[in-house]
Design a protein around this ligand. Structure first.
Ligand code: FAD
Length: 466
């Protein structure tokens, strides 16, 4: 029987990061993966969606070519070629992770893993064979999958999830997107750019409800301008099907029809068949694996990371949790800190946030100073023709330390990194304002917003009282 210091179950961003970090510290490591390494993120999530968004981003630019003094002839698109490009990007990254495993002598075992006891894993390999391995430490990183709601009768054809949406042989004329969260809104941008008539149906009172209220309202306006219909406070009781169309029946009695529907209302955790009960691993009310701040379960030598622990279901959180778990196994004391986790939404324009919103900061007892800056006043954004959006910095009035940021605008998802670093290191608005930012860049928006915290932004008109 093969023996390892660390066995990781699941090769997504959580699992593969943990495996590499443990191997870097000298452990003998294996990863058991029943599908492809890279998990949801590389194969069915972050990367394929962003590869498709890059295609539709080029299309959006071409549609505006005349604005830039460029005349283009008739524009045709090939969804098939876009999918092929997406697959090439995914393959490159998956192969890259496999290469990293080889370079760190990490054994990749293809098969479905079940815990037999606290040190033994049974692996059902793809050819039906059974293998057993033992490990001093085990990291559970089995991730999540789209949640299936019986009333929606998801069949993978007329009613699909994000998994099938990434490989549609043909684009529908119209699509209902059930759920106006991050995944729903990103797909709405991809498909609407390709000419699909999109209707988003959201049960809550606003789309992107984890974001600042003002920003999510502005995004609603942007999506509407692009021809996307949005229903909020709209609960679907049933999705009816005929051969030609699907019809969402709302609680109000209203019926909305389209050629297909995509359900993106949440994720189910991959804990079934993992042997958790057998080994006595504690789970929470949603089935999530319970862990302490060191990512350790109630069984001392077993850790759990990523979506399956049900905290923030993001690839970069999974990766960080993987580093924390591996670090603790290998003898460095590390704890998971969720205070500074950037969120990135790849709509057009992009949204990004980190730390506290102004409302949340006030709820937490802070008096705040806000710094705002509009991309409309930024040279680089105007030159790019991408001036829609704003940045808001939230600073503690007493100490001037940055508490949070919300950005809507070009490359918001890249710009947020500077503020995340500033908050993480306890920097003040003044620290950011006193840092010279290159001109002309989008990063100057962060600088101007930091100056605006004290009413000193050069490219903002004088305010009353200053
Ligand atoms: P996963 O990536 O789900 O990997 C788990 C792996 O475990 C899988 O490969 C699975 O096959 C394997 N596995 C499960 N059970 C077993 C078993 N018993 N034996 C062996 N192997 C097993 N996050 C972002 O941060 N940014 C984004 O832009 C973003 N976009 C997304 C877009 C979409 C459409 C979706 C669906 C998700 C997106 N996410 C994004 C979320 C992100 O993909 C997840 O948070 C992340 O993949 C979680 O990583 P993980 O390692 O916990 O699990």
């Amino acid at each position: 029987m093969a023996r390892y210091d660390v066995a990781v179950i699941g090769g997504g961003p959580g699992g593969y990061t943990a495996a590499i970090r443990a191997a870097q510290a000298g452990a003998g490591v294996c990863v058991v993966e029943m599908d492809k390494v890279g998990g949801t993120c590389l194969n069915r999530g972050c990367i394929p969606t962003k590869a498709l968004l890059s295609c539709t981003g080029v299309l959006a630019q071409i549609k505006r070519a005349e604005e830039f003094g460029i005349k283009v002839g008739e524009v045709t698109t090939s969804w098939k070629q876009m999918l092929e490009r997406k697959d090439r990007v995914v393959d490159k990254l998956v192969t890259g992770v496999e290469f990293l495993f080889k370079s760190y002598a990490i054994d990749l075992i293809n098969g479905k893993a079940t815990l037999f006891d606290k040190n033994t894993i049974e692996v059902e390999t793809s050819n039906g064979g059974d293998n057993e391995l033992t490990a001093s430490h085990i990291i559970l990183a089995t991730g999540s999958r789209p949640a299936y709601i019986p009333a929606f009768d998801i069949d993978g054809k007329q009613v699909i999830t994000s998994n099938e949406a990434l490989d549609l042989a043909e684009l529908p004329e119209s699509l209902i997107i059930v759920g106006g969260g991050v995944i729903g809104c990103e797909f709405a941008c991809i498909f609407s750019e390709m000419g699909v008539k999109i209707t988003i149906i959201e049960a809550l009172d606003r789309i992107l409800n984890t974001e600042d209220r003002q920003i999510s309202q502005r995004m609603r306006g942007v999506l509407r301008k692009r021809g996307i219909t949005i229903h909020t406070n709209a609960k679907i009781t049933q999705i009816k099907k005929t051969a030609e169309q699907v019809t969402a029946v709302l609680e109000s009695g209203e019926e909305i029809s389209a050629q297909q529907a995509m359900v993106s209302i949440g994720r189910a955790l991959n804990t079934q068949g993992l042997g958790l009960k057998k080994v006595g691993i504690k789970q929470g009310a949603r089935g999530e694996i319970l862990v302490n701040e060191r990512m350790q379960t109630n069984i001392e030598n077993i850790y759990a990371i990523g979506d399956v622990v049900g905290k923030l279901m993001l690839a970069h959180v999974a990766a960080r949790q993987g580093m924390v778990a591996a670090g603790n196994i290998m003898g460095t004391h590390e704890v998971m800190d969720y205070r500074v986790v950037p969120g990135a939404i790849f709509t057009h324009p992009e949204l990004a946030s980190v730390g506290l919103t102004a409302d949340k900061a006030k709820e937490n007892g802070y008096e705040v100073n806000l710094g705002n800056f509009s991309f409309m006043a930024l040279g680089k954004a105007l030159a790019m023709g991408e001036a829609e959006g704003t940045i808001r910095l939230v600073a503690d009035a007493a100490s001037d330390k940055l508490l949070g940021a919300q950005i809507m605008g070009p490359h918001a998802t890249d710009l947020i990194a500077e503020v995340a670093l500033a908050i993480n290191k306890g920097l003040t608005a003044k620290d950011v304002a006193q840092t010279i930012h290159a001109h002309p860049t989008l990063a100057e928006a962060v600088f101007e917003a930091a100056e605006d915290v004290h009413g000193m932004a050069i490219h903002v008109a004088k305010k009353k009282g200053h």
